[in-house]
Design a binder for this molecule. Structure first.
Ligand code: CAA
Length: 389
């Protein structure tokens, strides 16, 4: 029985900062950001949006299209948690009007969380083929102002309906994974911004890619020619090119010419270039970008995925795009929401970055900004209050 992604939808905040503006402010050559790391814009999250509203906004088109019946599991992958106890999934469960007979929980292992959630969801569906799972991944990537990580900030969310007989992607059962206890990127509870050893993290990403790849090859007997396209975790899009080059080197094959390399990885980079790092959502945002932007139909083609979570956990896996998948995409909505985003000035970016919500539990009301149907209206009695516009 095929199990996999039945529907997938992506949501980005309605504001962005052009990285050329940031480069000017930091006195850096803009080409470093646009070409050197491969990022054009970073999503800016207005104060009345958080991971809950971003994820619910991503999921609404799915539940409106597929219905809410038989969704027995709601998993929320994030490393931008809003509460130490309550799962962000519980808030989304209410906003989305899901059945009460549904397990809700939050999953964390840095940017790997959504892949863990996808695997758990697929396992539940394998055991109960009539059931469905909704996997949400949402993050807000924050580094210190003027730090090397700053131009790789971003935000966004992806929602995936996991079901038997999926309409978009059937997951292959084989996967290669690898874990190590390292400190390449982390965020202690007392900090809003992540700490990162940037060069070390990039080195570990590429090293564990090969570990996971070798394990995947051993498990599946597949190699590079078996995959039509690749979706890599994208802390910045340039890493996709470095990753494919590493796979070629590991397998002792020459790197393909530039056009072929672009065909293999570039369609998957389009959205992430516009949003920046979306942490847990990254790989699946890349998948949306590939599905929406590949000019030729991907029916029956096998896609290779690499998911990396600092700390660290790495997994290489694959899936086959299902025949007729194009009828089940949200491509027009994805493009439209990116097209109508509003640019912010450097001053507005910094103001939003420094916007302080009371930390002593005092009540707070959020002014309305542009965004999807769900927003964070305020905090009262230490409780977040969400509303539907
Ligand atoms: N024109 C064109 N290219 C230029 C340039 C110019 N004027 N100036 C510099 N470049 C190139 C450099 O040659 C370099 O390219 P290569 O890597 O191919 O050599 C690239 O731009 C970046 O330059 P630097 O290495 O000097 O950049 P940096 O030291 O400022 O930092 C970074 C880069 C380490 C990625 C930093 O942005 C960072 O710390 N980011 C956050 C951490 C991160 O993203 N880690 C990735 C792996 S961890 C992970 O994947 C989990 C996660 O999501 C966080």
């Amino acid at each position: 029985m095929k199990i996999g992604i039945d529907l997938v939808s992506f949501h980005a905040p309605a504001y962005f900062l052009d990285l050329r503006i940031l480069a000017g402010k930091r006195e850096v050559d803009p080409e470093k950001f646009v070409v050197g790391i491969g990022q054009e814009r970073m999503a800016v999250v207005p104060p009345d949006q958080d991971i809950v509203t971003l994820a619910a906004n991503a999921a609404l088109p799915i539940v409106e299209k597929a219905g809410r019946e038989n969704i027995e599991l709601l998993l929320f992958a994030t490393e931008s948690g809003i509460d130490q106890s309550k799962a962000a999934a519980c808030f989304c469960h209410k906003l989305l009007g899901l059945p009460s007979a549904c397990r809700c929980l939050e999953v964390k292992e840095a940017c790997y969380g959504a892949t863990a959630a996808l695997r758990l969801a697929a396992a539940m569906v394998a055991a109960r083929p009539q059931s469905k799972a909704l996997v949400l991944a949402a993050d807000i990537a924050r580094y210190d102002l003027a730090s090397p990580g700053e131009p790789t900030q971003g935000a966004g969310a992806v929602a995936m309906l996991v079901a038997a007989h999926p309409r978009v992607l059937a997951l292959d059962p084989e996967a290669g994974f690898h874990t190590e206890d390292i400190m390449d990127f982390w965020r202690p509870n007392y900090r809003e911004e992540a700490l990162v050893d940037g060069k070390y993290s990039t080195r570990m990403y590429l090293t564990t890619l090969i570990e996971a790849w070798n394990n995947y090859k051993a498990a599946s007997s597949r190699g590079l020619p078996d995959h039509a396209h690749y979706c890599f975790h994208l802390p910045f899009t340039k890493i996709a090119y470095k990753s494919y080059a590493r796979l070629c080197k590991a397998d002792g094959v020459a790197e393909p010419p530039k056009e072929e390399l672009e065909r293999l990885v570039d369609y998957a980079l389009r959205y992430n270039r516009q949003t920046g790092n979306t942490y847990a959502a990254c790989v699946y945002e890349a998948f949306c970008s590939l599905l929406d932007n590949a000019p030729a139909a991907l029916d029956d083609q096998r896609i290779g995925f690499f998911s990396y979570g600092s700390g660290c956990m790495a997994e290489f896996f694959s899936g086959v795009v299902q025949r007729g998948y194009r009828a089940h995409l949200f491509a027009d909505q994805h493009r439209a929401q990116l097209d109508v985003r509003v640019p912010v000035t450097y001053r507005q970016y910094e103001d939003i970055f420094n916007y302080g919500v009371p930390r002593d539990g005092a009540d707070h009301v959020f002014a309305p900004y542009r965004g999807g149907p769900f927003r964070l209206a305020g905090i009262k009695d230490h409780k977040r209050r969400y509303e539907t516009k």
